[in-house]
Write a protein that binds this ligand. Structure first.
Ligand code: ZN
Length: 58
């Protein structure tokens, strides 16, 4: 019984940590983060790193 409560608490904390990482701007606006698109080649960028087409010149 107590083990079950501890497990639920851990899951709850994990969910909170995930939402903290995502940084949802508004509670009413819950949704997936819109993927950024490269302005040069149109490829979807899943991280804040610049597209590989920008790193190499030409
Ligand atoms: Zn690109």
């Amino acid at each position: 019984m107590i083990l079950k409560i501890v497990m639920l608490f851990l899951v709850f904390m994990a969910v909170l940590a995930m939402f903290g990482k995502l940084r949802v701007p508004g509670i009413g606006k819950v949704g997936l983060k819109k993927p950024k698109k490269c302005k040069s080649c149109g490829r979807y960028l899943f991280s804040d790193d610049p597209c590989s087409c920008k790193s190499r010149k030409g």
